[in-house]
Design a protein around this ligand. Sequence first.
Ligand code: G6P
Length: 609
Amino acid sequence: MCGIIGGVSPSDITSTLIDGLHRLEYRGYDSAGIAVVDLHGRLARRRAVGKVAALAGMLSDDPLHGRVGIAHTRWATHGRPHTDNAHPHMSRDSVAVVHNGIVENYAALRDELTAEGYCFISETDTEVIAHLVERQLRRANNLREAVGAAVQRLEGAFTFAAVAVSEPDRLVAARQGSPLVVGIGDAGCFVASDTYALLPVARRFIYLEEGDVVELTGNSFRIHDAGGRLVERAASEVQSSLSVSDKEGFRHYMLKEIHEQPDVVARTLDTWLEGGHLNPDRLAPHARALFAQVRGAHIIACGTSYHAGLVARYWLESLGIPCHVEVASEYRYRKQVIMPGTLLVTISQSGETADTLAPLREAAGKGYLASVTVCNVPNSSLVRESDIAMLTRAGPEIGVASTKAFTAQLVALAILALALARRDGDIHPAESAWLHALRDLPESLRTLLRSDLGLDALSSTLSRGNHALFLGRGIQYPVAMEGALKLKEISYIHAEAYPAGELKHGPLALVDDAMPVIFTLPQDHLLAKTCSNLKEVQARGGRTMVFADDRAAASLQGNGDVVRLGVVPEPVAPIVFTLPLQLLAYHTAVVKGADVDQPRNLAKSVTVE
Ligand code: G6P
């Protein structure tokens, strides 16, 4: 999704901005641009479709120099990826802006500004912001007031940063809808969509609140809140462990992140265990008292995080806790019935997903007992705005397709399920077996990652086709959904997941020798049922690929590829079975020569609806 970086520095800022854009690349984008107030006090701009490297190449041929500037990676919403649509957008060579979000009333504003003689060059909604600021600047005393006045006219999500030739020593930015962080360092003051973009130049960070407008100069900053009052916001130091490391010898970030999962699981688990036992006080000081009142949970999330929520539903229900799970973008616009004692649980790797954030913000006054978020980014909006934050400790995830963040979410959700299942202080009878399986999990995952699963042949088969079906029953159904999502995200192969029992009600019609059908087969109470579904596929000439627990594999006869995953304890089966499916998608994408870490059209942090 769009990434913003900008700043004011005592020295040339161009290379800092380009380095920041590289750091924002993981968010997903299709074009990039930069504008600086140059040493002659004029606005100078370069824009390029494609990778930041293309923009950097353009700058080495035709450099820019300035101490105040803004830069942007664009993820197209209004208007195709094209140089004219890339940010920064300018008005009358005197104002430049970069924007993240969607201006919902842009059409009316465009008409109004066109009637006043403003000329529109792009198809974007953003260009109205540049013209509005330029118009207000003629009426206001300074850029900050002009930005503040422009904000009053905008509807929707419109976090943006602006520079103007009339004030060549400053940058003004507004937060509305998507995050913006101020970074303070020796080399100046900066703003960016996330801290990662600023790690080389800043150590102190201030996370702006909704409605805030910040004004930066080279050595100071001032924040005004939505009401125009000058405010102080807490600053935090970011630990060096948050730095984005390199690929450490792996060919792609995604592969590196898949291999990090044993450590991620161990680290995440440690957060809430003490001496190997669950300590609910570690979730929050008031967690025990609060959880005693919980009668059910509503889980809201998107994408991979939604799949984590679906797995959690099976866990919670198996422990006696009613649970409803829904995709956030649907949940938000439905009339919800909230029973007393319902806990709202949001799940998000980024903590900034607009679709997930909105239901949390709208939850107030609807009767929820409290809100819990399972999130991978400290200081993100979801973390700051939830009653309890369960931080997963996956570390920065660079691959757009989520892997380690997903398994970390599952660990957190298993812990949440166990904590909620304690009644009147009594430990649920299943808790000890669950914790045993969770404690052993990092080592099982290490063993799995070290073994040769023989995925090369399967990946090459998948890469030759255009479709695949993923089937699982019970708690393996969301695992199949996640496997299908991984494959389509990074290899662009159409993959659908079905509950295996539903096969005969439609998708069986798709099965022929050109349709790979991927099964997950744990040793559980549904084994015999899933085996029957497998037979149904094989009887129709379908090409099956089965990921199986060793014990389940023993009961398989006949043809088809079988990948043995060892003896997998039932409580952790969703996590263990996820890993080979991630690897299958990864290797298939590599065979196809796809851009594994930055798949086309996708964004890591989706801050618009
Ligand atoms: C985007 C990402 C997905 C992610 C989804 C939800 O679509 O590409 O990988 O699952 O957003 O993101 P969240 O940050 O809320 O988990």
